[in-house]
Design a protein around this ligand. Sequence first.
Ligand code: BGN
Length: 375
Amino acid sequence: MFSFQSKKIYLFMFMGIQLVVIALLSREAYKKRVTYFIPILRKDNASIPTGRNQTSTAVVANGGDVYANLSRLSKAHSQGENLTYCPKTSPLIGGPIHVSFRSGLTMQEVQRKNPLVVRGGRYRPPDCEARHRTAIIIPHRHREHHLKFLLYFLHPFLQRQQLNYGFYVIHQAGNYTFNRAKLMNVGFREAMKEEDWDCLFFHDVDLIPEDDRNTYMCDTNPKHAAIAMDKFGYKLPYKMYFGGVSALSPLHYLKMNGFPNNYWGWGGEDDDIGVRVSLAGMSISRPSLKVGRYKMIKHKLDKGNDVNPKRFNMLAKTRQTWKQDGMNTVEYRVISREYHPLYTNITVDIGTEAGLPPPPPPPPKAAAMSATQKV
Ligand code: BGN
C-alpha cells in the first residue's frame, strides 16, 4: 500500500514526535529539580522536604545559613545515662557558611536563636552524648560589638558539630597595654578548673569561620585552624603562621609550658607560640585551605594595643625562655566571674610589665575582724 518513500516519511515523523516528547518530559523534570532546590538555597530548613542533611548539598553552592537545621533539635534534653554517642561525623554539618555582618543585631536576638545554650554559654547535644568537649577561649577588651557577631555565628556552628562546648571570654581589666597570650594562659587555667575539657580553642574575637567542616576538635598535634583568612587572600601568609585561631589539648598546652606572658601589645606572640610547638617536639596540623576559611570583622587598630617594638628581640630568644616563662609562671588576679546567658565572662587583672600590684587591702570591717581574731 505505502510506497517505500512514504514509509520513510512516516518513520521520520514518528521519530520527530518522540524527540519532542522526550525534550518536553526532560524539561519538566529539570523544572522540578530546580524548583526543589530554589527554596533550599534561599532560606533555611523551613521548606526542606526530607532528611536532616538535605541542606548539606544545597548550601555548598553559595554558603548556607548557619542556623539551618538547628530548629529541628528538640528543646528537652533526653534524660541522662541512656544517650548513645553522637555519630563520628555530625549529620548537621553543611559545609560553607554565609557570613555577613548585619547592623542592628542584638545580644537578645542571638540568645533567642540559641535556645539550647545554657548559663555561661554552655551547650551539649540534646539527642546524643557528645564525643568531644571543647572550650572556646576569647581574649577580650572593648570589643563587645565583635563578640556579638562571633557568638551569633559560632554557637550554631558548634551545635552543628554536635560538641559539648563552653565559651570563656577573658576580659583584661584596666587600660594597660593588651596582652593576648597571657589572657590565653588565664583562660586555660580558669576553664580547666570548671570542666575536664579535652580541647581548647584560642580564638580571636573578630574571626568568623566560614565552613563547618572545620571541626572544633583537637588533633594529635596542636592545630592552627585559621589557615585561610580573607585579609590574607584566603592563603597562609607565611609557613610558620600560628595566629587567629588555634586548638590545643591540655596535654599539648602543658607540654609547651603554655603561652608566653611577656608580649605586651600587638605582634609576635603567635609566632612565639608556633616556635614553642616545635621546641616541645610537636608539629602544627592544619585543615585544608578550602575548609579553614575565616572572615575578619573590619576594625581599626585598638587603643591600648600598640605594636610591640620588643617582639623581634623576644622572638629571637624563645629557645632560651620558653621553659622559664609560661603556664608555670603566670600570675593574675580574677576580679569577677560572671555567667552570662551566652558566655562566661572572666575579668582579670594581669598587671603590667613590672608585675602584679600588691593585693588591695581588705575592707576595714574585715581588717578589724582579723585583728580581733589574732588577739
Ligand atoms: C606577623 C606578626 C604576627 C601577626 C602576623 C599577621 C611579628 C613578629 C615579627 C618577627 N609577627 O608579622 O604577630 O599575627 O604578622 O598579622 O610581628
